[in-house]
Design a binder for this molecule. Structure first.
Ligand code: PMP
Ligand code: GLN
Length: 393
C-alpha cells in the first residue's frame, strides 16, 4: 500500500487520550487531561436543553448565530475595551481546536515561517507542518518561563508570517505580561507579521495576574486573531464551542477555512453560550477565585510531599518537578507509575516539546473538587512515602 499522509502517519495519539485511558484502566483520579469534574452553570446547560426543543435545529449561519457573535463582541468590549464588529469580526467554531486550525489555514502559505513558544500545546505543530509552514521554536525556561527576548528576536525573519501565542499558557500556567507583549508587538510590526492568539484560558487567571490580550496593544488589532473557548470559560469542555475575534479581512479567510472544516456548530450550544457570555462580572471573577483556591490547595499539598511546584498564574494546570524523589525514570515513567500504583494520573511535560524536552516535570490539573484533590494528595503521599522513593514502577 502507498504511504498515506506522512505527517499524520508520524503523529501519535494525543497524550491526553493515552493518560485518560490509563487512568480509567487503573481507576485513578484523573489529574491529567484538563477537564473540570463538576458541571458548568445550570442555567447555561438548561438553555442548551431548552433550545433543542424549539425547532431551530437546522444549519445555523456559517459564521455563527447572530446572538452569539453579538455576545462575543460585547464580551470583547466589556473585558478588554476592544471594538469588534459582531457581523464581520467574529467567527464561531467547533471548539478552539478548530479555531486554531482555521486561523492557521487562513494565514499560512507553504514555506512561511511560524514562530511558536515551547512548551507548546499539542495541536499546534502538526497543523503548522500540514500546511507547509516552517516552525521556529522559541523555548521558555522554567521556573519563571520568562520570555527570552533575544531568542525571540532571532526567530523572526522576513519570511515570518505569524506568531502563535498561547496566554495563559498550557501546560505551564504562564500569563504573558505587558513588557513581553509589547516586545512581541514591536517584532510583529517590524516584520509585518500576524498573531494567532490562543486565549482559551482568558478567564482562568489568578489575581494579582491580569490577562492582557495582545490584540489590545497599539497596532495589533488589525493583525491579530484572538481565540476563546466556551469549554473553558463555562467549565463545559465537551461542548466544543470556540470563537475567533479579529479584523473583518482575516475573519473572512478564517471563515473560508471553517466552511471546509465543519461549516458550522450546534445551534443549541451556540445559543446557550451566548447566554453565558452575557453573565454578570461576578460569574467570571468567581470562576477565577474558585480555581485559584484549588490551585493553592494542590500546590501546597504537592510541595508538602516534596515536589518542586512552579508558579502558575492561569489555566487549569500546575507544573511539578519530581526530581527530589530520586525516582528512577523520566516524566512519562513517573506518570505511568503514579497512575498505576498511586491511583493518580498526570501528564508528562515532555509531551509539550518538539524535541529534546526537560524530563523532570509533570503537569497536574487542579480543576477538580477539593475533596478529590485532597484524596489525590493522600494517594500520592502513600505511594511516595520514603520507603517507596526508589521504586521504578
Ligand atoms: N488551546 C489550548 C491551549 C488548550 O489547552 C485547549 C484545551 N482543550 C484548546 C486549545 C482546545 O480548546 P477546545 O476544547 O475549545 O477545542
Ligand atoms: N486541553 C486539554 C488539556 O490540555 C486536553 C484537550 C484534549 O484532550 N484534546 O488537558
Amino acid at each position: 500500500m502507498k504511504t498515506a499522509n506522512f505527517l499524520l502517519s508520524q503523529t501519535g495519539t494525543t497524550i491526553f487520550t493515552l493518560m485518560s485511558a490509563l487512568a480509567v484502566q487503573h481507576d485513578a483520579i484523573n489529574l491529567g487531561q484538563g477537564f473540570p469534574d463538576t458541571e458548568g452553570p445550570a442555567d447555561i446547560v438548561q438553555a442548551a436543553a431548552d433550545a433543542l426543543l424549539d425547532q431551530r435545529n437546522q444549519y445555523p449561519p456559517m459564521t455563527g448565530l447572530a446572538e452569539l457573535r453579538q455576545a462575543v463582541a460585547d464580551a470583547n468590549k466589556r473585558f478588554y475595551g476592544l471594538n469588534i464588529d459582531p457581523q464581520s469580526g467574529v467567527l464561531v467554531t467547533s471548539g478552539a481546536t478548530e479555531a486554531i486550525t482555521a486561523c492557521l489555514m487562513a494565514l499560512i502559505n507553504p514555506g512561511d515561517e511560524v514562530v511558536l513558544f515551547e512548551p507548546l500545546y499539542d495541536t499546534y505543530l502538526p497543523v503548522v507542518r500540514l500546511l507547509g509552514g516552517i516552525a521556529k521554536l522559541v523555548r521558555l525556561a522554567p521556573p519563571q518561563w520568562a520570555l527570552p527576548f533575544d531568542d525571540l528576536a532571532a526567530a523572526f525573519s522576513p519570511r515570518t508570517k505569524l506568531i502563535l501565542l498561547n496566554s495563559p499558557m498550557n501546560p505551564c500556567g504562564k500569563v504573558f505580561n505587558e513588557i513581553e507583549l509589547s516586545y512581541i508587538a514591536d517584532l510583529l510590526e517590524q516584520y509585518d507579521a500576524y498573531a494567532v492568539c490562543d486565549e482559551v484560558y482568558e478567564h482562568l487567571v489568578f489575581p494579582p495576574a491580569v490577562h492582557i490580550p495582545l490584540m489590545t496593544l497599539a497596532g495589533m488589532a488589525e493583525r491579530t486573531l484572538r481565540i476563546g473557548s466556551a469549554g473553558k470559560t463555562f467549565s463545559l469542555t465537551g461542548w466544543k464551542v470556540g470563537y475567533v475575534s479579529g479584523p473583518g479581512a482575516l475573519i473572512e479567510l478564517a471563515a473560508k477555512a471553517h466552511q471546509n472544516l465543519t461549516f458550522t456548530t450546534a445551534p443549541n450550544l451556540q445559543r446557550a453560550v451566548a447566554l453565558g457570555l452575557n453573565k454578570s462580572d461576578d460569574y467570571f471573577s468567581d470562576l477565577a477565585t474558585g480555581l485559584a483556591a484549588k490551585r493553592d490547595l494542590l500546590a501546597a499539598g504537592l510541595k508538602n510531599l516534596g515536589f518542586g511546584v512552579l508558579p502558575a498564574d492561569g489555566s487549569y494546570f500546575l507544573t511539578a518537578d519530581f526530581s527530589g524523589f530520586g525516582f528512577n525514570g523520566v516524566d512519562i515513567d513517573f506518570c505511568r507509575a503514579i497512575t498505576e500504583h498511586a491511583g493518580v494520573a498526570a501528564i508528562p511535560v515532555s509531551a509539550f516539546y518538539a524535541s529534546d524536552p526537560p524530563l523532570n516535570y509533570v503537569r497536574f490539573a487542579f480543576c477538580k473538587r477539593e475533596a478529590v484533590l485532597q484524596e489525590a494528595l493522600s494517594r500520592l503521599a502513600r505511594y511516595l512515602a520514603p520507603e517507596a522513593l526508589t521504586r521504578t514502577g
